[in-house]
Write a protein that binds this ligand. Structure first.
Ligand SMILES: C[S@@+](CC[C@H](N)C(=O)[O-])C[C@H]1O[C@@H](n2cnc3c(N)ncnc32)[C@H](O)[C@@H]1O
Length: 173
Protein backbone atom coordinates (compact mmCIF):
# COMPACT_ATOMS: atom_id res chain seq x y z
CA UNK A 1 0.00 0.00 0.00
CA UNK A 2 3.01 2.29 -0.43
CA UNK A 3 1.69 5.31 -2.33
CA UNK A 4 4.95 6.68 -3.74
CA UNK A 5 4.28 9.64 -6.01
CA UNK A 6 6.49 10.03 -9.06
CA UNK A 7 9.19 12.66 -8.88
CA UNK A 8 7.28 15.26 -10.94
CA UNK A 9 4.46 15.32 -8.43
CA UNK A 10 6.57 15.57 -5.31
CA UNK A 11 6.77 19.35 -5.16
CA UNK A 12 3.01 19.89 -5.66
CA UNK A 13 2.23 17.20 -3.13
CA UNK A 14 4.51 18.86 -0.60
CA UNK A 15 2.77 22.24 -1.04
CA UNK A 16 -0.60 20.53 -0.74
CA UNK A 17 0.40 18.88 2.53
CA UNK A 18 1.66 22.22 3.87
CA UNK A 19 -1.69 23.82 3.09
CA UNK A 20 -3.85 21.04 4.51
CA UNK A 21 -1.88 20.61 7.75
CA UNK A 22 -1.04 24.23 8.46
CA UNK A 23 2.48 25.52 8.99
CA UNK A 24 5.08 22.82 9.46
CA UNK A 25 8.27 23.71 11.30
CA UNK A 26 11.35 23.60 9.06
CA UNK A 27 12.92 21.05 11.40
CA UNK A 28 9.96 18.69 10.96
CA UNK A 29 10.14 18.08 7.29
CA UNK A 30 13.22 15.95 6.64
CA UNK A 31 13.35 12.42 5.35
CA UNK A 32 14.82 9.62 7.40
CA UNK A 33 18.19 8.30 6.17
CA UNK A 34 18.38 4.65 5.13
CA UNK A 35 20.86 3.88 7.95
CA UNK A 36 18.22 4.72 10.59
CA UNK A 37 15.75 2.30 9.00
CA UNK A 38 18.51 -0.34 8.81
CA UNK A 39 19.21 0.02 12.54
CA UNK A 40 15.60 -0.46 13.60
CA UNK A 41 15.17 -3.42 11.25
CA UNK A 42 18.18 -5.07 12.89
CA UNK A 43 16.36 -5.05 16.21
CA UNK A 44 12.71 -5.57 15.31
CA UNK A 45 11.71 -8.63 13.34
CA UNK A 46 9.25 -7.41 10.74
CA UNK A 47 8.69 -10.73 9.00
CA UNK A 48 4.95 -11.09 8.32
CA UNK A 49 4.17 -7.78 10.04
CA UNK A 50 2.23 -4.83 8.66
CA UNK A 51 4.05 -1.59 9.46
CA UNK A 52 2.31 1.77 9.54
CA UNK A 53 4.55 4.76 8.75
CA UNK A 54 2.04 7.56 9.40
CA UNK A 55 4.21 10.62 8.84
CA UNK A 56 4.05 11.60 5.24
CA UNK A 57 5.89 14.26 3.28
CA UNK A 58 7.09 13.43 -0.22
CA UNK A 59 6.54 9.69 0.05
CA UNK A 60 10.26 9.01 -0.43
CA UNK A 61 10.72 6.33 2.19
CA UNK A 62 14.02 4.45 2.16
CA UNK A 63 12.52 1.55 4.04
CA UNK A 64 12.41 -1.84 2.37
CA UNK A 65 9.61 -3.98 3.66
CA UNK A 66 6.82 -5.77 1.86
CA UNK A 67 3.91 -4.53 3.96
CA UNK A 68 4.10 -0.79 4.55
CA UNK A 69 1.15 1.52 5.05
CA UNK A 70 2.31 5.02 4.17
CA UNK A 71 -0.37 7.43 3.01
CA UNK A 72 -1.12 11.13 3.15
CA UNK A 73 -3.59 10.98 6.06
CA UNK A 74 -3.70 12.86 9.32
CA UNK A 75 -2.13 10.76 12.04
CA UNK A 76 -4.41 12.25 14.69
CA UNK A 77 -7.68 11.35 13.01
CA UNK A 78 -6.86 8.30 10.86
CA UNK A 79 -5.85 4.78 11.85
CA UNK A 80 -5.51 1.87 9.39
CA UNK A 81 -7.95 -1.01 9.93
CA UNK A 82 -5.14 -3.51 10.29
CA UNK A 83 -1.51 -3.09 11.24
CA UNK A 84 0.97 -4.55 13.69
CA UNK A 85 3.50 -1.82 14.41
CA UNK A 86 3.94 1.93 14.06
CA UNK A 87 7.49 2.86 13.07
CA UNK A 88 8.43 6.35 11.92
CA UNK A 89 10.26 9.63 12.31
CA UNK A 90 7.56 12.07 13.45
CA UNK A 91 7.64 15.88 13.37
CA UNK A 92 9.76 16.76 16.41
CA UNK A 93 7.75 19.91 17.18
CA UNK A 94 4.69 17.81 18.08
CA UNK A 95 6.50 14.85 19.62
CA UNK A 96 4.56 14.95 22.89
CA UNK A 97 1.18 14.73 21.09
CA UNK A 98 2.54 11.99 18.82
CA UNK A 99 3.83 9.95 21.77
CA UNK A 100 0.53 10.34 23.60
CA UNK A 101 -1.48 9.20 20.59
CA UNK A 102 0.83 6.26 19.96
CA UNK A 103 0.43 5.09 23.56
CA UNK A 104 -3.35 5.45 23.26
CA UNK A 105 -3.43 3.27 20.11
CA UNK A 106 -2.07 0.31 22.14
CA UNK A 107 0.15 -1.17 19.41
CA UNK A 108 3.91 -1.57 19.63
CA UNK A 109 5.61 1.49 18.22
CA UNK A 110 9.11 2.82 17.55
CA UNK A 111 9.69 6.52 16.99
CA UNK A 112 12.91 8.24 16.04
CA UNK A 113 13.14 11.20 18.43
CA UNK A 114 15.80 13.53 19.81
CA UNK A 115 17.71 12.12 22.77
CA UNK A 116 16.59 15.03 24.94
CA UNK A 117 12.98 13.74 24.81
CA UNK A 118 14.05 11.44 27.63
CA UNK A 119 14.45 14.31 30.10
CA UNK A 120 11.01 15.85 29.48
CA UNK A 121 8.57 15.81 32.39
CA UNK A 122 5.75 14.51 30.17
CA UNK A 123 7.96 11.63 29.03
CA UNK A 124 8.58 10.49 32.60
CA UNK A 125 4.83 10.31 33.18
CA UNK A 126 4.09 8.73 29.83
CA UNK A 127 6.69 5.96 30.10
CA UNK A 128 5.64 4.90 33.61
CA UNK A 129 4.60 1.22 33.64
CA UNK A 130 5.30 0.87 29.91
CA UNK A 131 7.47 -1.73 28.18
CA UNK A 132 10.09 0.75 26.95
CA UNK A 133 13.49 0.39 25.28
CA UNK A 134 15.70 2.98 23.71
CA UNK A 135 17.94 2.08 20.77
CA UNK A 136 20.89 4.44 20.60
CA UNK A 137 22.75 4.77 17.31
CA UNK A 138 26.51 5.28 17.15
CA UNK A 139 26.19 8.51 15.24
CA UNK A 140 24.01 11.57 14.81
CA UNK A 141 21.80 11.20 11.79
CA UNK A 142 21.78 13.97 9.26
CA UNK A 143 18.24 14.07 7.94
CA UNK A 144 17.71 14.32 4.22
CA UNK A 145 16.14 17.17 2.27
CA UNK A 146 15.03 20.76 2.81
CA UNK A 147 17.83 23.22 3.50
CA UNK A 148 19.67 20.82 5.76
CA UNK A 149 23.31 21.34 4.85
CA UNK A 150 24.84 21.37 8.31
CA UNK A 151 25.59 18.59 10.72
CA UNK A 152 22.69 17.95 13.08
CA UNK A 153 23.61 19.10 16.62
CA UNK A 154 21.85 16.31 18.53
CA UNK A 155 21.45 12.57 18.46
CA UNK A 156 18.13 10.95 17.56
CA UNK A 157 17.30 7.54 19.01
CA UNK A 158 14.53 5.00 18.57
CA UNK A 159 12.01 5.11 21.42
CA UNK A 160 10.45 1.65 21.36
CA UNK A 161 7.30 0.73 23.24
CA UNK A 162 5.71 -2.72 23.54
CA UNK A 163 8.30 -4.84 21.72
CA UNK A 164 9.36 -6.91 24.75
CA UNK A 165 13.10 -6.28 24.52
CA UNK A 166 15.02 -7.72 27.46
CA UNK A 167 17.04 -4.50 27.99
CA UNK A 168 15.98 -0.89 28.37
CA UNK A 169 19.02 0.51 26.61
CA UNK A 170 20.45 -0.93 23.43
CA UNK A 171 23.57 0.67 21.99
CA UNK A 172 24.33 0.12 18.31
CA UNK A 173 27.25 -2.33 17.86
C1 LIG B 1 10.42 14.13 9.84
S1 LIG B 1 9.29 13.98 8.48
C2 LIG B 1 9.45 12.26 8.16
C3 LIG B 1 8.87 11.83 6.85
C4 LIG B 1 8.95 10.34 6.55
N1 LIG B 1 8.05 9.57 7.41
C5 LIG B 1 10.36 9.80 6.71
O1 LIG B 1 10.62 9.13 7.71
O2 LIG B 1 11.18 10.06 5.84
C6 LIG B 1 7.72 14.12 9.29
C7 LIG B 1 6.60 14.44 8.33
O3 LIG B 1 5.35 14.27 8.99
C8 LIG B 1 4.38 14.99 8.25
N2 LIG B 1 3.27 15.33 9.15
C9 LIG B 1 3.14 16.42 9.95
N3 LIG B 1 1.97 16.34 10.63
C10 LIG B 1 1.37 15.18 10.25
C11 LIG B 1 0.13 14.56 10.58
N4 LIG B 1 -0.72 15.11 11.47
N5 LIG B 1 -0.18 13.38 10.00
C12 LIG B 1 0.66 12.80 9.11
N6 LIG B 1 1.86 13.35 8.73
C13 LIG B 1 2.20 14.53 9.30
C14 LIG B 1 5.10 16.22 7.70
O4 LIG B 1 4.71 16.38 6.36
C15 LIG B 1 6.59 15.87 7.85
O5 LIG B 1 7.25 15.99 6.65
Amino acid sequence: MNTKPDILHKKCLHIYIMSTRGKISKCDDFNTPAEAWELIMKHIDLAGKKVWLPFFNDGDIKFEHSEIIHQDKDFFTYEPDEYDYIIDNPPFSIKQQVLERCVSLKKPFALLLPIETLERKYFKLLVKDQDFTMIIPNKRYNFVGGSNKKNVMFKSCFYCFGFGFDKQLIFED
